[in-house]
Design a protein around this ligand. Structure first.
Ligand code: TYD
Ligand code: MG
Length: 451
């Protein structure tokens, strides 16, 4: 007798269970279980169909057959670890409307100049819609083929007929397998679709890009379910209102995950931003109080950003504070440190802090910059334009060491900064400090004097 023809799947994380549960034990979300038919295990069938494989000595495997294919977009290549690996499965996740389809269409355009067969499969937009988008981006060569299809079996047949090197599937949530009765976008459909694409990628040695939407509510399974099935996971993120976008590697079997790529959304598609610091600092006011340049690390990449603070006397008993682009509680904490350790009467002042460019700072290394921006605005004395600041501030007003001081100083030097205020204990990390004046500070008080 066939037992358990259906299972219950958490629509948020893909956890499977024989019975319904109110809360998912894996991701702790409530009311996310839905009944779905158990997927036929296609993996088992594929393994049995082939002949038995012999174990091979690791040292005998040639590594030179991993030729990488540069995409022609330097920022993307960097995130991928030097180009596309043939036969790899790359998932590009991100909020709707962030620019995933645009990015992949541009990748196809760059690749189509060198490859003779690329297929862009869209389950979301009609050919006309893609044509309209393409018209904004530029000219396309005839080696890029478009296909509007959501049936996986048909897609498989078409792909096997063509000799392809790269496929783009936009998006995985729209693909469906007829043999599975649940709706497209459900966990079993997504899993099956990824399984089919994985088989195509590995057997035909085709690089496959998959687009996956991230949604907050649990009805559509996010790409988290497939994160462990694919080779590389990239997240495309950014503020809807800011034009810059960051492509971040979250998982990469063929490279480092510490890399980011920076793009700007323009009216002609995405443009690469090879020097993000310069871009973020453009339009900075000269000689204005309350403006400080800090250095944030994004993985291994330093990025200079402007922190702005506005401190003014409060009209009410309770001071108002707002923090855009950083943690509100961190701002309150740092202001309390200033009040206690430096004796500044900040509890009678409103404070508004903003990180220019719409970036979100989460690194403790920006504490010192923030503190100095507040002091500068409070005293209404500008800080020199050519000064960069980084360091973590502790509760007793001490300035603590941060990682990668060398890279931060290097980046500042590259952009023409002449002075760096940094933790005293970081000075020993800096090997080549010529050309920039290094001011080591060990407390907030020292830092204030250094201004
Ligand atoms: P899209 O790639 O459709 O997003 P996703 O596939 O992640 O849902 O991007 C859509 C947004 O990008 C849309 O709001 C319009 C904007 N856009 C531009 O600003 N300039 C352009 O040249 C293009 C093609 C899109
Ligand atoms: Mg899209």
């Amino acid at each position: 007798m066939k037992k358990n023809a259906t299972l219950f799947f958490c629509q948020n994380c893909g956890y499977e269970s024989a019975k319904w549960m109110g809360q998912c034990p894996a991701c702790r979300e409530w009311n996310t279980f839905a009944e779905e038919p158990k997927a036929p295990s296609s993996k088992g069938r594929a393994a049995r169909a082939g002949e038995l494989r012999e174990p091979i000595a690791l040292s005998e495997i040639r590594s030179d057959d991993q030729e990488r294919l540069p995409t022609g977009m330097a920022e993307l290549d960097q995130v991928l670890g030097g180009g596309i690996v043939p036969g790899s499965l790359v998932l590009v996740g991100g909020d709707p409307g962030i620019g995933k389809s645009t990015l992949l269409l541009q990748v196809c355009r760059a690749l189509s100049e060198r490859l003779d067969q690329i297929l862009y499969i869209s389950g979301e937009e009609s050919l006309q819609q893609i044509r309209l988008r393409a018209a904004r981006i530029g000219e396309f060569s005839s080696s890029l083929k478009l296909l509007c299809e959501t049936n996986l079996a048909d897609i498989e047949t078409i792909v096997l007929k063509m000799r392809l090197q790269v496929i783009v599937v936009d998006s995985i949530q729209t693909m469906y397998q007829e043999s599975i009765s649940s709706a497209p976008g459900s966990v079993s459909q997504i899993r099956e679709a990824t399984g089919v694409l994985l088989r195509l990628a590995k057997q035909q040695n085709i690089a496959v890009f998959i687009v996956g939407h991230v949604t907050k509510d649990g009805t559509v399974a996010g790409p988290r379910v497939l994160e462990h099935m694919v080779d590389t996971v990239l997240y495309f993120e950014g503020d809807r209102h800011a034009s810059y976008r960051i492509l971040r590697g979250v998982k990469n079997r063929f490279g480092s995950t510490n890399e980011i790529g920076v793009f700007e959304m323009t009216d002609r598609g995405l443009e690469e931003v090879p020097n993000p610091s310069e871009y973020m600092l453009s339009g900075r006011p000269e000689g204005a109080s309350g403006s400080v340049v800090v250095c944030m690390m994004e993985g291994t990449r330093p990025m200079l950003l402007e922190v702005q603070a506005l401190v003014c006397r409060t009209n009410f008993g309770l001071p108002r504070r707002t923090a855009a682009g950083m943690d509100y509680n961190r701002l309150n904490l740092l202001m309390a440190v200033l009040e206690k350790r430096l004796g500044l009467p900040l509890s009678g002042y409103d404070a508004y802090v903003n990180i220019a460019g719409g970036v979100r700072l989460s690194e403790p290394a920006m504490d010192l910059g923030l503190v100095l921006a507040i002091i500068s605005s409070y005293r209404d004395t500008p800080i020199s334009d050519r000064t960069i600041v980084f360091g973590e501030v502790g509760l007793s007003g001490e300035v603590r060491a941060v990682s990668m001081a060398q890279q931060r100083v290097q980046e500042a030097k590259k952009l023409g900064f002449t002075r760096a205020i940094l933790p005293e204990s970081c000075l020993s990390q800096i090997r080549n400090g010529s050309g920039i004046e290094l001011v080591g500070v060990s407390t907030v008080k020292d830092a204030m004097k250094a201004l």
